[in-house]
Design a protein around this ligand. Sequence first.
Ligand code: ARG
Ligand code: GLU
Length: 712
Amino acid sequence: MKKYILFFVIVISNILFLNNTFAQGGMWLPNQLDRNQKDMMSKGCHISAKQIYDEQNASIKDAVVLFGRGCTGEFVSNQGLLFTNHHCGYSEIVKHSTVDHDYLTNGFAAMSLDEELPCPGLTVTLLQYMKDVTSDVLSGVSSSMTEKERQMKVNENIKNIVENTTKGTNLDGYVKALYYGNQYMLYVNKIYKDVRLVVAPPSNIGKFGGDTDNWMWPRHTGDFSVFRVYADANNEPAEYSKNNKPYQPKKFLKISLKDKNEGDFTFVMGYPGTTQQFLTSYAVEDIQNIEDPARIKLRTERLNVYKSAQEESPAKRLRYASDVASIANGWKKWQGEVKGLKFLNAVEKKRQGELNNPLMSQFYELYNDNRKYKLEQLYIGEAVLASDFMYNTRRLLSLIDLSMDNTVTDIVLKTEADNLLSWLDKYYNNDFASHRGVDSMIFVRTMTIFYNDFAKDNYNFLHDKLNKMPIEDYFADIYKTSVLNNPEKIRKVLKDYKRKNYKKLIDDSAVEFLSPIWGQYVNSTREKLTQNNNKLDSLYRINTKHYIDEYNRHNNTKDMSMNNGIFPDANLTMRVTYGNIASFKPKDGITYRHYTTIAGIMEKEEPNIYDYVVEQKLKDIYYNNDIAPYSDRVAFIATNHTTGGNSGSPVMDADGNLIGLNFDRNWEGTMSDILYDKDLCRNITLDIRYCLLIIDKYLEAKNLINELELVK
Ligand code: ARG
Ligand code: GLU
């Protein structure tokens, strides 16, 4: 600890360091929004911070929910009607889709409450209140403690705080660290468990443009779906029951049908997942030059395999659609991120801000040491476990481990083996015969990159074998000879599993290959990562505190507390971000308008390309001009600082009326998780009027339109 003290007495000479480190943007704590009030007003806001977040009276925060585990939704009627994105409701829509009722492809709308479809497992979380509990969390923590001792004390305090708050209630609570543990916030929630699907647009509206248009502006995706939250007779959370009633929210959002113009104020309330604005230049450099490129390279390989399989038949296109969607989402975002970081000269900017900072040598050492372990973890996730083959092998490994552990009872072993068997049964019965070609290709190709780019220099044990034959042949051979490629044989081993059966598995080619790699990761690398990350966290805690103090000093901020200019990184808790509707210039000579229209859908139409099919019904609506009282606008962009998790978030106007659903960012601006830039970064919002147009005129669910409160 002592060596850090020096840091606080050194006067940082570079006044620009803050500007270089944080280029505006902001995801603000809703309970401290009064500190942003003046700025919000100057940007055009008409309502007060209290109308957005208030613990005593109904406020906008009561209309905004965490949808599932990683999206946002908002109430739009006094009957618990909830809007979110199509891609947020996607897996629920898939679960309700069959060949006879293909809601995913054709869309779905419940014409009455009893047509709404229960979604077991789906939850909606409503924030009751949040509270700064920093002093309670840090009580008993002293500067002489080691990081581990500190963490233990902090965890113990957190446990007590949560218990004292929620014991004997139907509340759920958690505490989250802000600014790397310079501040702690308690969140108290009610979790509603009876949530039902009400509307899904057809995929060629809800996912129009598919992965090609993903992360791109100009955009024409009708990315919305509608759910309803149910509660017990007292309006409280309850498990699914026929007797439950639509939940009556304290507050729901009115919907504005007005046109939005360049410069108009907008704000977004929701649950952004992760940002990393405090990262040092060393971390940004690694992301830009090593980590993102490695991930992109591996995913390019996987996508190529899936895509050529998809071209073989419509059935295969569907089979791999959701895998491709999720692999391609990160793949494309990282490419934008690398481009954006380079364009902004992010590493150099960060470095400028780090001059004279005596902590930097420690950061440097730690990142240097950690690089190998981080890469190993990256390759485990993106290559080693990318194929189903290796994923299944890992499960075999853990069965073998359990079998060799005498403290594990026979019953436990048998249950484990049965679970694995039923998992594999499903896997083999599904479409193994045609899928194995794809999966083996994924395995061979990702492993070859893994070997050439990483393993060759890091795993000595692979050398001997690989000296003897071409690497691709070596991996192809593992695939071919493994028991996992022989359903009959593996079923025999797992059925009525006895402890000694593991001996039949231990020499298997796949087990032999994965065992040392997985073993090193689990037994050694993970621990080293934890150690280094703990050290980094504690450095970041000190560094971040220093930035904030400096910020306050430079700005003569009287209130020395936080949330006053530098926002805490997103951590999947409720935040508010605000900005203005704004066009942007992606490149010299090009300006992108701030909105798109249905005309653009017609322009993009390609009847033979799945993602660009336009239904006749939408054409009829458009060409017959059957659009009033809505609009032909589809989406718009603004300067709100958002990230993953903000999907489905309400985008509101200066009066707090709903004008759209946040669903994406522009590609040129995806580096905003690390460094925001007001000229380049835009959030992409579905114009709420396109959503209503589809519900009203395409799905003809007037019953739902009647529930809404429209402001003209
Ligand atoms: N890019 C958006 C987000 O990050 C949408 C992703 C879903 N859409 C898709 N085509 N994969 O989540
Ligand atoms: N589509 C993202 C999500 O699912 C939002 C886009 C972003 O990362 O900003 O949350």
